[in-house]
Design a protein around this ligand. Structure first.
Ligand code: NAP
Length: 252
């Protein structure tokens, strides 16, 4: 019997995979057999070493996703270098924190541009490629607990991640019958640079930990298994789901 989680011969594009959750997902997909491209601003040297150390091919694609301008070229370069594309992981993202009364247009636009606008247009480019070439495809968007909840002091982030849930469901409606699975992973509270400020705030850190049934912050590697599942044949009948990987936070 073949392993339904095997990604041998598949290729994956991960945005913002130079560290944190993106790197952990890139490595997990490579461990399952996929060749990897990482698109982002910072050279993903550590991710390259980890992926190539697993015997997989790796491509670094420079791209600033605060605008959608690089998307056509980055898709072309990924497909040209890896010889095709089966899996898209929309991971690149940022957060800006401030009181809603003081929140600036710049902090609104910076977050929405990367976290939502570029994600939609990357999905569109991937959809055009896969549907145009009669290929199956898997899209994994990175949502958040703030795809379900409001959060505190993060208006543009909450809007962007609620938007991710919306476009994930919309694209699943459009493409489920055409061989493309569109789903999202909603990480709980993960120890990365995005949450440095939260972990440094003693009161917020204690409040958050007290609500996590698993009793610990997530490590980026916790997202690897769910990403392999959503990238593999094992999830062929899973469409439009926002999968919480949260140590039980939402169950509380
Ligand atoms: P991270 O380590 O800061 O990763 C964010 C990634 O996004 C970095 O690779 C960053 O690249 C990239 N990025 C930001 N702006 C970009 C731009 N304009 N163009 C290209 N790449 C850009 O934080 P993380 O926690 O792993 O975040 C990854 C994803 O998970 C994000 O979508 C985040 O919202 C989501 N998430 C995180 C948590 C958590 O608790 N940590 C929870 C839920 C969801 P640079 O290094 O060049 O800035």
């Amino acid at each position: 019997m073949t392993n339904p989680f095997d990604l041998s011969g598949k290729t994956a594009l991960v945005t913002g995979g130079n560290g944190g959750i993106g790197q952990a997902i890139a490595v997990a997909l490579a461990r399952a057999g996929a060749d990897i491209a990482v698109a982002g601003r910072t050279p993903p040297d550590e991710t390259r070493a980890l992926v190539e150390g697993l015997g997989r091919r790796f491509a670094a694609i420079p791209a600033d996703l605060s605008s959608i301008a690089p998307i056509p070229a980055l898709m072309e370069e990924t497909v040209g270098t890896l010889g095709g594309l089966d899996i898209l992981v929309n991971n690149a993202g940022l957060i800006r924190r401030d009181d809603p009364l003081d929140f600036t247009e710049a902090d609104w636009d910076a977050v929405l541009d990367v976290n939502l606008k570029s994600v939609f247009f990357l999905c569109q480019a991937f959809g055009r490629y896969a549907l145009g070439n009669g290929r199956k495809g898997k899209i994994i968007n990175i949502a958040s607990m703030l795809s379900f909840q409001g959060g505190i002091r993060v208006p543009s982030y909450a809007a962007s991640k609620s938007g991710i849930a919306g476009i994930t469901r919309l694209l699943a409606n459009e493409w489920a019958g055409k061989g493309i699975n569109v789903n999202a992973i909603a990480p709980g509270y993960v120890a990365t640079s995005v949450t440095t400020a939260l972990r440094a705030d003693e009161r917020r850190n204690a409040e958050i930990l007290a609500r996590i049934p698993a009793g610990r912050w997530s490590e980026p590697a916790d997202m690897g298994g769910p990403a392999v599942f959503l990238a593999s044949d094992a999830s062929d009948y899973v469409h439009g789901t926002i999968l919480p990987v949260d140590g039980g936070w939402l169950a509380r």
